[in-house]
Design a protein. Structure first.
Length: 564
């Protein structure tokens, strides 16, 4: 029978060590794996130490198992305690100082159990000379203190697991139940053994009870995924959220809120109570915010409807608020509300700044476009008279001549030159000459239609492009212009001055005409007017070209109208 005990104690560690090895594989993914491995390693060593005590060895060799018992028991207790802490709070980590302090008690007992002066205080009346399998442990006062110390840790761990099993997250509850079930057999067995160590003593069967622990833990690790998912404490998640979380009951009273919600509430309502629990939710957040995110009244099934809005609650403070119903699943039952609040003031300020910058950019673009258009217009304007310049004339004349035809009518070009203009500059200076040019430009501008092009192309020479105008009409308009210019009186430093203009008219009347060709004919007609005595209008004859001589065939406007 004695050897059977030895074999039982010797085989038990095979199971616990195997489960411990499986748990160790998860040490990188789950912080609880290390604690579970330490617990199972302690159980394995404890069982081997008990087998050593019962083995057919001398009393001196058997006493070597004493320190191993205390070290392994300490590892078992500390590992189980750490496992319960991690299950309750996955973020918990032991410090190096705490780890060193936890080793003091088992190491001290291990040393005291082999010192001659203190050995009797640990296992005072234990007979190590007993036959194989019959060594009964009898505890001394130090062993009693050791038991109380160990059970303080075990009791605290069991209570912590009970709290998690009752109120933790679903995954944490399942894991806590597994650990509680696996801890009950060895705990009850060890407590029974400890109470029986008075008198004749007992064989410590606690490691055998841990076979049940190994089987349950092995099933949980290898089959039920005990260490596959790291449990997260719900309270820790909510407490560390940067979004405010507020929970109100069916009567609209605030029943819970996290630190972030307290901070936001202090910004929104500085006069709110220091402890808002129990206050009406509507009174705390204010009617504006409440109306923005919560529809009026409950939904058809009795629950509150969801709401979401981004609102400005105070000057410079914007909140993104979302409310969803919680509870109230039964018919006729109205649950509470879960409200999540996020401070989006910074985002709103950035959006406002972006809108302002966009508006400023649009204004700048408009200004640039206006300036660009003004510069483009200035590039084709004569700075003295404000009329278009030669560049604009060439472009518009080519376009008008190219578009001329049966449907649009002829295009007439009127070339105007101020008579004896050089004498004005010579006698009264360029300032007087500039005034004369501006006066002539005013007459040209006044006589032009909206669709006509009026340009200054030289010192005292001007050109009009009259779209949709035949030779007769162009000649009539040119004569009117000549008369108006002759009747105008120009102010000069010594009084007033009258000037005349000479005008040449040409019409695009051939299919191959180009703008430059028509303008050249008008210029030749202008020269002819000057040669004929100035202050007159000369019309280039139809079909006149370069082959007709330096002037080409021309006709005085008076001849044109008298011939008709």
């Amino acid at each position: 029978m004695g050897m059977l005990w030895v074999l039982a104690f010797g085989l038990a560690p095979l199971l616990t060590a195997g489960v411990g090895a499986a748990a160790w594989q998860h040490r990188r993914d789950n912080p609880g794996a290390r604690a579970l491995t330490l617990t199972l390693a302690g159980i394995s060593g404890w069982s081997l130490a008990c087998a050593w005590l019962l083995a057919p060895l001398s009393a001196g060799l058997r006493s070597v198992a004493y320190p191993a018992v205390f070290v392994c028991v300490g590892a078992t207790v500390v590992g189980f305690w750490a496992l319960s802490r991690l299950l309750a709070d996955p973020r918990w980590r032991t410090s190096r100082r705490t780890a060193l302090l936890l080793t003091v008690e088992p190491v001290a007992l291990a040393v005291l159990s082999v010192l001659p002066a203190t050995a009797d205080l640990v296992f005072g009346r234990t007979d190590l000379t007993a036959p194989t399998g019959t060594v009964h442990l009898v505890g001394g006062p130090l062993f009693l203190l050791h038991s109380l110390y160990s059970y303080a840790f075990i009791g605290g761990s069991l209570l912590r697991l009970l709290r998690v099993a009752r109120g933790g997250a679903p995954l944490a509850r399942r894991q806590a139940v597994v650990l509680l079930v696996s801890a009950v057999p060895p705990t009850v067995g060890n407590l029974t053994m400890t109470l029986s160590m008075r008198g004749e003593g007992v064989v410590d069967l606690t490691p055998l009870f841990f076979i049940v622990t190994g089987l349950i833990a092995g099933w949980a690790v290898l089959r039920a995924g005990l260490l596959e998912v790291v449990p997260v404490a719900r309270d820790q998640v909510v407490e560390t959220m940067t979004d405010g979380v507020l929970v109100s009951d069916s009567e609209g009273r605030l029943v819970d809120l996290n630190p972030a919600a307290r901070r936001i509430l202090r910004r929104v309502r500085p006069d709110a109570p220091a402890d808002p629990i129990g206050e009406r939710f509507a009174d705390l957040v204010g009617p504006e915010l409440l109306a923005a995110v919560l529809p009026d009244g409950p939904a058809v099934d009795g629950t509150w409807a969801s709401g979401h809005a981004v609102v400005q609650v105070t000057d410079g403070v914007w909140l993104d608020v979302q409310t969803v119903p919680v509870g109230g699943r039964g018919r006729g039952r109205r649950g509470g509300r879960l409200t999540v609040v996020r401070d989006v003031s910074a985002e709103q300020r950035r959006e406002a700044d972006l809108r302002r910058l966009n508006a400023e950019l649009a204004e700048h673009v408009t200004t640039v476009e206006r300036l660009r258009a003004a510069l483009a217009e200035e590039a084709v304007r004569d700075p003295l008279t404000g009329l278009h310049n030669r560049r604009h004339l060439d472009r518009e004349l080519d376009r008008a001549v190219a578009a001329a035809g049966p449907g649009t009518g002829a295009v007439a070009v009127v070339a105007v030159d101020v008579d004896h203009f050089k004498s004005v500059n010579d006698r009264w200076g360029h300032a007087a000459g500039d005034d004369v040019l501006r006066s002539v430009a005013d007459e040209l501008r006044a006589s032009a239609r909206a669709e006509d092009v009026v340009a200054r192309v030289g010192g005292e020479e001007f050109v009009l492009v009259l779209a949709g105008t035949d030779s007769r009409t162009a000649a009539g308009r040119a004569e009117e212009l000549r008369a108006r210019c002759a009747a105008r009186v120009h102010a000069v430093p010594t009084g007033s001055l009258g000037l005349t203009v000479s005008i040449g008219v040409a019409v695009a009347d051939a299919a191959g005409d180009r703008g430059g060709t028509v303008l050249a004919r008008a210029d030749r007609a202008l020269y002819a007017a000057k040669a004929a005595g100035r202050d007159r209008v000369v019309v280039a004859a139809p079909g006149a070209g370069d082959a007709d001589g330096p002037m080409g065939p021309v006709a005085d406007v008076r001849d044109v109208f008298s011939a008709s």
